[in-house]
Design a protein around this ligand. Structure first.
Ligand SMILES: [Zn+2]
Length: 444
């Protein structure tokens, strides 16, 4: 039997209208949490709705009937996905004792479980091996990975390479940064043992060409190149001094006061970053500096094989230390989201503005007896600790500590299989019919 064409058309239109009507406005709704979004000046109870991987609405109340999936996050903090601008993730080359190898870590195992959705690799690769790093790690990680390009062409492969002034070439470094300007966010100089200013000067020269900041690990302390000169004349506003509480380069003077060059540098717009690592954070430096009002612009981990299980541990543990020193949670979150996003000139990140990518961390703040160690093994006791409950990347759940987004198994049908939906869940397995079997591969 055939219907006249106009009947067929009408039927088709009605079907399409019904489909559109039943389509929920949002894929995921985080309901009842306390949103901390420094860019937008929000620290208040807000619902957050996500559609197609994008923040679609932030409001005191969003109708749960408008969302495909509603997650109750009452009592928890909802923040932008954390941005860690000092990590070492160029692993997999097989090179021993090298940050372009065995000293680095694959990011995904260390990021989502602590709310981090973006890392910047701090100079593991230089212009000679950046494309290998990109192919090996950046293009294959679920974590968003940016890079500070080492001013040393060979990158962070050990002293022999990092001391070689002839491999600190400005032009090829700048050209590689310009070629990958969506990934390369700055230049890095690190671990330099000589008395020369060459690494800093060349990194700044490359930064001027590519219009990106320089991050400095100031290496071995030398009277020929004092910290105050670095901060008051060598670096530009927007350049980043990392390891700012290490105490290894006179961050505090003999009298225990913050180096006058640090204060003058900050006035000029130089950025101060934590870069905790395994050997760059001491209570005897950080506590007096904080008491004198010298607080960091950004909190970062310096994640690598030696810091992952040491006093550093992970991003939240470093953030906890600033809570322990009296920084407010709002200020800690700002320095782990919006501030670092701005420092690396990626202002589309580190915020929960409508239209931004839905990279989100949901955190709880536990009360109890906790201890936090520094690089020398000295402990500071405190009573609060951040825990990551849920992480979203591009609007999809990539980490869910307590199954917050999942139904209780007793509420499901006897033969339940898939419980998620690819619109909000990155773990949703392929839908399979119970009992169905794949045909065994035939032997040739
Ligand atoms: Zn580092």
């Amino acid at each position: 039997m055939r219907f006249p064409p106009f009947i067929t058309r009408l039927f088709l239109q009605l079907t399409l209208a019904a489909c559109a009507f039943s389509q929920p406005a949002y894929d995921l709704l985080l309901r009842g949490g306390h949103v901390i979004d420094a860019k937008n000046g929000i620290s208040a109870d807000r619902d957050v709705a996500i559609k197609d991987g994008i923040i679609a609405a932030v409001a005191p109340r969003i109708d749960p009937a408008t969302a495909l999936k509603v997650v109750n996050v009452a009592g928890l903090f909802v923040t932008p996905g954390l941005v860690d601008i000092h990590a070492h993730v160029y692993t997999g080359t097989g090179e021993r004792s090298s940050y372009a190898g065995d000293l680095s870590l694959a990011p995904d195992g260390y990021t989502f479980r602590v709310g981090v959705t973006t890392v910047a690799d701090a100079g593991c690769s230089g212009w000679r091996n950046f494309e290998d790093f990109k192919d090996r790690i950046i293009d294959r990680s679920k974590t968003r990975v940016f890079a500070f390009l080492n001013i040393v062409g060979n990158g962070m492969r050990g002293g022999k390479f990092e001391r070689d002034q002839t491999d600190m070439e400005v032009e090829p470094a700048a050209q590689m940064a310009l070629k990958y300007k969506n990934i390369v966010v700055g230049f890095k100089t690190a671990h330099y043992t000589g008395p020369e200013w060459t690494p800093v000067e060349h990194a700044v020269a490359a930064g001027n060409i590519a219009k990106i900041p320089v991050m400095v690990d100031f290496g071995i302390d030398h009277p020929e190149r004092p910290l105050s000169e670095l901060l008051t004349s060598k670096l530009r506003p927007g350049d980043i001094y990392t390891h700012c509480y290490s105490g290894l380069r006179h961050e505090l003077d003999e009298a225990g006061n913050v180096n006058a060059g640090m204060i003058a540098g900050r006035k000029r717009g130089v950025i101060f970053d934590v870069g905790h690592g395994s050997g760059s954070f001491a209570w005897r430096i950080a506590v007096p500096a904080m008491k004198q009002g010298f607080i960091p612009d950004s909190i970062s981990t310096d994640l690598h094989v030696s810091s992952m299980n040491s006093s550093m541990k992970d991003m939240l543990n470093v953030m906890d230390k600033f809570l322990a020193m009296g920084m407010s949670l709002d200020d800690v979150i700002r320095r782990s989201t919006w501030n670092p996003a701005r420092e690396i000139q990626h202002e589309e990140l580190g915020n929960l503005s409508v239209g931004s990518v839905a990279d989100v961390a949901v955190l709880s703040l536990a009360n109890g007896r906790f201890g936090f160690s520094d690089m020398y093994g000295a402990r500071l006791q405190a009573n609060q600790k951040l825990i990551c409950e849920l992480t979203l990347r591009n609007g999809k759940v990539v980490y869910d500590l307590n199954g917050l987004t999942r139904p209780d198994w007793t509420t499901l049908p006897k033969n339940y299989m898939q419980t998620g939906d690819p619109r909000w869940d990155s773990f949703t397995p392929q839908r399979r019919t119970p009992g169905a079997q794949t045909a065994p591969a035939r032997k040739q």
